[in-house]
Design a protein around this ligand. Structure first.
Ligand code: TXA
Ligand code: MG
Length: 325
């Protein structure tokens, strides 16, 4: 049953992080900061706690979770690393990369965390508070992004507390997420290296590290990652992408310094990065969508965003946010 008690908000200091880690070990649901987005964590060995994540998020039980650990040896206890996986892990961990690997037998990870698949998604975050939290829990932490299923991910503690007024136990405050977009998900197995979700680590860096181009699975063919499916990250208002003008009643999400026709008609106008910096745009995207979600607008007009580097991820999230529900 979902709890109706408000979550406890803990400050991101020594005492707060210890309380949060004890609560998680004890089977509680704890939202915690990472450099990408806030996660909603449960002790991955505790079936009841992991099941509550699905319940409280309204997440389909066949959509597996990412396992968060502190170091490579903990990661190696969960999955089989081939040479590509090893090389990505040693270059980019800790950081915004999730590896999907063949799952080791006998891990004691609750089968609902992996949705009973033969693979497992593993990540080592770099956020200092996340690292301290994971160290103190001493267990793998199963955590999806801390938002209701299909809604915009949380990059600030306020997003978490408004998404979960009740139903979760603790929120650990780590300030705004520095990257602001979820991790990049790469699968490494006998079938090769595949980009399952673009994210905070850009494709170019992965390809440079491996010395090979990586393939992308068309969304329609993704086997068991419904989080990747079209409508996701959805604000209430409709998004109109690649807009070159504003229609009366719309809000405007812009980028760079180029003027947008009829922008004076816009109810609200937010610029993801006036200087045209994709990193800045990434860190503002979800925060601005959360803000515009509260405005009464018919639609959000979004100007074209370049597609290289982090632009690939930003455009991916915008397309899904704009997809028919
Ligand atoms: O940055 C992030 O990745 C954040 C922070 C909290 O770590 N987490 C996050 O989790 O974005 P979530 O649950 O919102 O997205 C994880 C995605 C889901 O789309 C899920 O389907 C996919 O990872 N996934 C998990 N296990 C998988 C597996 N074995 N094979 C393929 N996809 C998997
Ligand atoms: Mg998510």
């Amino acid at each position: 049953m979902v709890s109706h008690i408000n979550p406890i908000l803990l400050e991101g200091n020594d005492h707060g992080v210890q309380q949060a880690a004890y609560a998680l070990r004890d089977g509680k649901l704890v939202a915690f900061p990472t450099e990408t987005v806030y996660g909603l964590g449960a002790n991955a060995f505790n079936l009841r706690a992991v099941s509550r994540i699905y319940e409280v998020k309204g997440r389909p039980s066949f959509n597996p979770l990412i396992l968060h650990v502190t170091d490579f040896s903990a990661a190696e206890r969960l999955g089989y690393f081939n040479l590509y996986a090893r090389s990505l892990a040693s270059t980019f961990w800790p950081g915004p990369l999730t590896l999907v690997l063949p799952c080791r037998k006998g891990t004691r990870i609750s089968s609902s965390a992996t949705a009973g698949l033969g693979t497992i998604a593993i990540r080592i975050p770099s956020h200092p508070l996340a690292r301290r939290f994971l160290e103190l829990t001493g267990v793998p932490v199963a955590a999806p992004s801390a938002n209701r299923s299909g809604r915009i991910s949380s990059t600030r503690v306020q997003h978490v507390s408004s998404a979960f007024v009740s139903g979760i136990d603790v929120i650990l405050d780590g300030g705004p997420a520095s990257i602001g977009l979820e991790s990049t998900i790469v699968s490494c197995d006998a079938g090769g290296v595949t980009l399952l979700r673009p994210g905070g680590l850009i494709r170019e860096e992965i390809e440079h590290c491996l010395g090979i181009p990586i393939s992308t699975v068309p969304v329609s063919l993704l086997p068991c990652a419904p989080g990747q499916l079209s409508s996701h990250y959805a604000p209430r208002a409709v998004l109109r992408l690649n807009a070159t003008h504003v229609v009366p009643g719309e809000a405007l999400l812009t980028f760079g310094s180029a003027p947008v026709a009829e922008s004076s008609c816009a109810g609200s106008c937010l610029n993801l990065s006036p200087s045209g910096d994709l990193k800045e745009a990434a860190s503002n995207l979800f925060d601005f969508l959360h803000f515009l979600d509260k405005e009464v607008v018919s639609a959000i007009a979004v100007v074209p965003i370049p597609s290289s580097g982090l632009g690939e991820t930003i455009n991916d999230r915008l397309r899904r946010a704009a997809a028919p529900r």
